[in-house]
Design a protein around this ligand. Structure first.
Ligand code: MF3
Ligand code: CO
Ligand code: CO
Length: 258
């Protein structure tokens, strides 16, 4: 790999570790009765304490340091004094900006005891993301990623959100190409060594349509069914990939044993 790619990988790993470290801390505080603002405060503090900036804060007018998306919220939920209750599932999405580079990651959290159908949705979403990650290497097509995810979750009876996608990431938060989480194998752009992008499938229990609330950010499922999402930032190597946002503590998937 050339020096430019090597440098990009090292810098993205540094930013990604801070973002995933913030999510590791969230594992310690998630419980019935906490507000999404408390999650936001923790993320803000953790990222700052590690010499980084939160990329969402003031991004296109976004007011907070992370996104908190419970239950039928698909993505971009804005932290508030809303209280999380027993049985909720919630996605927390964190992006750290460190030394000029970005690392973007999200996980689902269980609040207390959640339903079997919620657990199944969360597991299918995570498994689909990891299945797509495992095929990554120089020479595959973007359509291979989308079709892997779509086949997996549709086989489980769930649907892939079309209105949001993964993205290239690096010195800017959102770069080309768009990484669709549905599609046909062998189609689209070729994936090549040195590329850095996110895979962040949003998977719905019901239909895939979404709508955005009046706050201009919060996306929800149109049919009010549950939605789940995980996200990793990944770099492409000749014969594989590197995940920049893995948990140092192995807290990649709930329930988080801490
Ligand atoms: N982290 C989100 C993503 O995965 C983007 C959030 S933008 C914000 O791309 F402004 F809503 F924070
Ligand atoms: Co992202
Ligand atoms: Co994100």
């Amino acid at each position: 790999m050339n020096d430019e790619f090597k440098n990009a990988f090292i810098k993205t790993k540094a930013a990604g570790s801070i973002a995933s470290g913030a999510l590791d801390e969230v594992c310690n505080i998630i419980k019935p009765g906490i507000s999404t603002n408390e999650i936001d405060n923790l993320c803000y503090q953790f990222i700052n304490d590690h010499g980084a900036y939160s990329a969402p804060l003031y991004y296109r007018g976004y007011p907070k340091s992370c996104c908190t998306s419970p239950n039928h919220t698909v993505c971009h939920g804005i932290p508030s004094d809303k209280i999380l209750r027993d049985g909720d599932i919630v996605n927390v999405d964190v992006t750290a900006f460190k030394d000029g580079w970005h690392g973007d990651t999200s996980r689902m959290f269980f609040v207390g005891e959640v339903s079997v159908k919620a657990m199944k949705l969360v597991k299918s979403t995570y498994d689909a993301m990891m299945k797509a990650i495992k095929i990554l290497k120089d020479g595959i097509y973007l359509g291979d990623i989308g079709s892997t995810i779509q086949d997996h979750v549709e086989n489980d009876g769930f649907s892939v959100v079309r209105d949001f996608c993964g993205h290239g990431i690096g010195k800017s938060f959102h770069l080309n190409p768009n990484i669709l989480h549905y599609g046909k194998a062998g189609t689209g752009m070729k994936v090549t060594e040195g590329m850095i992008f996110t895979i962040e499938p949003m998977i719905n229990l019901g239909k895939f349509e979404t709508k955005t609330l009046n706050d201009g950010w919060t996306a929800v499922t149109k049919d009010k069914t549950l939605s789940a999402q995980f996200e990793h930032t990944i770099g492409i190597k000749k014969d594989g990939y590197e995940i920049f946002t893995l948990s140092d503590k192995g807290l990649n998937f709930p329930p988080y044993k801490i």
